[in-house]
Design a protein around this ligand. Structure first.
Ligand code: AMP
Length: 115
C-alpha cells in the first residue's frame, strides 16, 4: 500500500473507478482516457511500482493477473477477434502511473509498430 499512489487509492475505493473485475488480489477497471473501444487496466491490489519490481514470489499473483485478463476479454467479447496487452515500464516505456498495470485494449484493429 502506497498512500500517494492513485491506483492504490482505486484498489482501496478511496477514489472511484469503473470496475469490471474484482478478484481477491487483482482489480480491473476502465481507463479514464480510453485509446480503444475497450481499454481496461488490470492491477495487482498490492503496490508494485513497475514490471522491474515484480519478485519471484509474485509469480502466483502474475498468474492471477493473466487470469483476470482472460476473464474480461471473454466477458467483454474481444477474445475471439483479438486484443492487445501492454505494460509500459519506466521513462522509455512511457509509464506515467507507478503502480504496475496491464493495459487491455480491444474492439478495433491495432497497428504495429507502436509509437
Ligand atoms: P501508463 O502511461 O502506462 O502509466 O498509463 C497510465 C494510464 O492510467 C493512462 O492510460 C491513464 O489514462 C490511466 N489513468 C490515470 N488515472 C486514472 C484513473 N483515476 N482512473 C482510470 N485510469 C486512469
Amino acid at each position: 500500500m502506497n498512500n500517494e499512489c492513485v491506483f492504490c487509492k482505486i484498489a482501496d475505493r478511496r477514489i472511484p473507478s469503473d470496475i469490471v473485475y474484482d478478484g481477491e488480489k487483482v482489480l480491473v477497471f476502465r481507463d479514464l482516457k480510453p485509446q480503444a473501444p475497450i481499454h481496461f487496466l488490470a492491477i495487482p491490489k498490492k503496490h508494485i511500482s513497475s514490471l522491474n519490481d515484480i519478485g519471484k514470489s509474485d509469480m502466483p499473483l502474475m498468474a492471477d493477473m493473466m487470469e483476470a485478463v482472460k476473464d474480461v476479454a471473454e466477458r467483454y467479447k474481444i477474445g475471439a477477434d483479438g486484443y492487445r496487452v501492454v505494460v509500459n515500464c519506466n521513462e522509455n516505456g512511457g509509464q506515467e502511473v507507478f503502480h504496475l498495470h496491464f493495459h487491455i485494449l480491444g474492439g478495433r484493429r491495432m497497428t504495429w509498430p507502436p509509437g
